[in-house]
Design a protein around this ligand. Structure first.
Ligand code: AHR
Length: 492
């Protein structure tokens, strides 16, 4: 029997809801078809946004949405996406699939989407192929409430009041698709571009995000931190879980064996090491901890579904992805003192999506159900917690069988989420909640075979159901956590 201790006396800090954030790029069928169908579509929509998708995302509790990219951000010229739709410039989306981008979804449409979702905004600016003036004017266009050329243009385009930007990214992957720069050079550029992204009185302070490292590039973190530490609120980390060993063979989203399952989980668990190591580098340069970590691209990345455009990055989603999501969100919760935002890639129809669409059909993936299950943690207080667990060893690394986190809401209700990463073994746990008399315990579960998934013909194979294999105790509970499962306990 594993011992699980939750300590309500150890209140660690607030879990920023933004670590449950999402990312949607002009890539494949994410924005177009997946979210935006235009107001002439037969698919029910409000101002062009699909009602089914918007409602599902609201229900899941999407707190913040990153847009317009990704690699697309450094090719995006925002003025192409404003004004009358019929006169907006058409271009080829050279990075993603070579398809025509008609710019019908632009700045106004993004803010309309966020209004419908009731979420905060995270815009990524163009450093790679854009100018300082272009970025400066975009921020002015969106947030200035004074007398200014860009505020005037916004009003002419139908938006009287400025919008609010919570986060603004100055470049994306500037070490790669965003310009192939060296960290010293990017750090200097960041300061220059950022200087002219003003905080206008119509907006609260913009949290500025500098382009951080790819995976374990600690040199990038060190050099960029050195330059931006007085000028940024966050630095980003991009880390994708790719089971295969090369870009050409990333592995199938659905056709994998147990060995590949464990390889995927061990690679996903690497997030813990990466956060710890990058924070250590950041703290050595900025011991005051002004700059926080933002994991603004994460998730699984497999080979595209057979027969689909390789540039669209469309992949299915199984219980394996649910376990990746649950273990990663538990890791983010535990680091919520310094990880202030994270954005899974990408919301609809791209990589580890929470929603897949096909014409007017929509399906919620196993990953969706994990986000929905975990939404209770948002803005709660993280509690000290510890669980004993077996370690799963594979050829790549070792990782815990059980990965958990616990939080408390303002009414004193405790939420604990536990992922069992084993494909075959259940685990008995005894949970004790320090200095607490427990009156009720309720639980829910997402579980199945590692290959289980939802598709358009069978949309409810994986879903959240009540979990009853537990026994309440005076100060906690015992439970038998099934293999390949995610369980949430709600303790009052
Ligand atoms: O999410 C897909 C791509 O992955 C993004 O555009 C880019 O930033 C990253 O390389």
């Amino acid at each position: 029997m594993e011992k699980y201790l939750i300590n309500p006396n150890q209140k660690i800090g607030k879990i920023n809801k933004d670590i449950y954030g999402h990312f949607s790029e002009h890539l494949g069928r994410c924005i177009y078809e997946g979210i935006y169908v235009g107001d002439n579509s037969k698919i029910p929509n409000v101002n062009g946004m699909r009602c089914d998708v918007v409602n599902a995302l609201k229900d899941m509790g999407l707190p913040v949405l990153r847009w317009p990219g990704g690699c697309f951000a450094d090719e995006y010229h925002w003025k192409d996406g404003i004004g009358p739709k019929e006169s907006r410039k058409k271009m080829i989306n050279t990075h993603w699939g070579g398809v025509v981008e008609d710019n019908s979804f632009g700045t106004h449409e993004y803010f309309e989407l966020c209004r419908q979702l009731g979420c905060d905004t995270y815009i990524n600016g163009n450093v790679g192929s854009g100018t300082v003036q272009e970025m400066s004017e975009w921020v002015e266009y969106m947030t200035s409430d004074g007398i200014s050329p860009m505020a005037q243009l916004r009003k002419e385009n139908g938006q009287e009041k400025p919008w609010k930007i919570k986060y603004f990214g100055v470049g994306n992957e500037s070490w790669g698709c965003g310009g192939n720069m060296d960290p010293e050079y990017y750090g200097c550029l960041y300061k220059r571009y950022n200087t002219y992204c003003r905080d206008y009185s119509g907006n609260e302070h913009i949290n500025r995000i500098a382009c951080g490292p790819n995976v374990d590039d600690y040199h990038w973190t060190k050099e960029v931190m050195d330059k931006v530490k007085h000028h940024a609120q966050g630095i980003s980390l991009h880390y994708y879980t790719i089971p295969g060993d090369t870009w050409e063979h990333k592995g199938s989203a659905t056709d994998f064996d147990t060995r590949e399952y464990y390889k995927t989980i061990s690679k996903a668990y690497r997030m813990e090491e990466l956060i710890n190591n990058h924070l250590a580098v950041m703290n050595s340069i900025n011991p005051q901890k002004w700059v926080n970590l933002v994991v603004d691209e994460w998730g699984t990345w497999y080979d595209v579904e057979p027969g689909t455009n390789p540039g669209f990055l469309y992949q299915q989603n199984t219980m394996r992805d649910a376990i990746v999501a649950a273990l990663t969100l538990n890791i983010f919760n535990k680091h919520s003192d310094r990880v202030i935002m994270a954005n899974i890639a990408q919301t609809v129809n791209v990589l580890q999506s929470v929603i897949l669409t096909d014409g007017e059909k929509m399906v919620l993936t196993p990953t969706y159900h994990v986000f929905k299950m975990f939404k209770d943690h948002q803005e709660n207080t993280l509690l000290g917690s510890y669980i004993t667990t077996d370690t799963i060893n594979n050829a790549h690394s070792a990782f815990p069988q059980l990965i958990e986190s616990a939080s408390v809401d303002e009414n004193g209700v405790i939420y604990s989420t536990v992922a069992n990463t084993s494909a075959t073994k259940s685990s008995k746990i005894k949970c004790q909640i320090a200095d607490t008399k427990v009156s009720t315990v309720k639980a829910q579960i997402i579980t199945g075979d590692i290959h289980d998934m939802n598709d358009f013909n069978s949309p409810d194979v994986v879903k959240i159901v009540d979990f009853t294999d537990f026994r309440q105790l005076k100060d906690g509970f015992t439970a038998n956590i099934p293999p390949c499962s995610v369980v949430k306990f709600v303790i009052e």
